[in-house]
Design a protein around this ligand. Structure first.
Ligand code: BG6
Ligand code: MG
Length: 217
């Protein structure tokens, strides 16, 4: 089998926005009067804003009415959006651009598959929209990871069947989504947080297309 497309998550894979999401949720938790650790935050990675809030409230043992929850989600997003305003291409994770260019030169199609409704803002800030053949973000899907919709849509728009796709993900929910979509999965980060990936890399600094082809075959 041959790799025809690679699909990339955004937050925590292409760029280190995962830290901004964490800080914004931590602020909400602090305001509500409970602790929210980086370990707790692993459970929020990759999932939608509303589901993240539900999990956060579960961690804090709180039950709130829908209106208050909407307000909190908006406060979190405003805080998050203001912290990403100053982003620039320096925040692209090491090796990402080189690897995307290598894939492109090797004839591999490239898609973004992100749960975030702020994905286009970030891609504009870091100036890499042109490196993606297809972009699927949180505004284009109705089901959040671990549902495979975001990756299935990405593959369909690229015109590639799932078994020829490789997904790069830093979140457990994203790995499950790719698994549910029948794709090959590279976890990006620490193996203990990325169960069920086919292979785990710490980042993109040294990965090459030849290596990827070797792992996949
Ligand atoms: C994912 C992040 O990419 O996007 C999650 O990993 C986040 O932490 C989700 O909750 C939704 O993002 P946004 O920007 O629409 O709130
Ligand atoms: Mg992510």
């Amino acid at each position: 089998m041959q790799i025809k497309a690679c699909l990339f998550d955004l937050d925590g894979v292409v760029v280190n926005t995962a830290k901004y999401h964490y800080l914004a949720w931590k602020k909400i938790a602090t305001d509500l009067g409970f602790e929210f650790s980086e370990l707790d935050n692993e459970r929020l990675k990759g999932i939608s804003r509303t589901e993240s809030l539900d999990l956060l409230l579960e961690i804090g043992n709180l039950k709130l009415d829908p209106e208050t929850k909407n307000e909190l989600a908006e406060i979190k997003n405003n805080f998050y959006v203001s912290s990403i305003q100053k982003m620039n291409s320096d925040e692209i994770l090491p090796g990402v651009i080189r690897f995307l260019n290598e894939l492109h030169d090797g004839g591999i199609l490239i898609a973004l598959g992100s749960a975030s409704k702020n994905a286009m803002t970030i891609l504009n800030k870091i100036n890499i929209i042109q490196l993606f053949d297809v972009i699927i973000d949180g505004n284009k899907v109705s089901k959040a990871k671990p549902d495979p919709e975001v990756f299935i849509k990405g593959a369909a728009e690229l015109g590639v069947e799932p078994q020829y796709c490789v997904v790069f993900e830093d979140a457990q929910a994203g790995i499950e989504a790719a698994r549910n979509g029948g794709m090959y999965i590279i976890g990006v980060g620490e193996a203990e947080n990325l169960k069920n990936a086919d292979f785990v890399i710490p980042g993109f600094e040294t990965i090459t297309l030849d290596q990827l082809i070797n792992w996949y075959s």
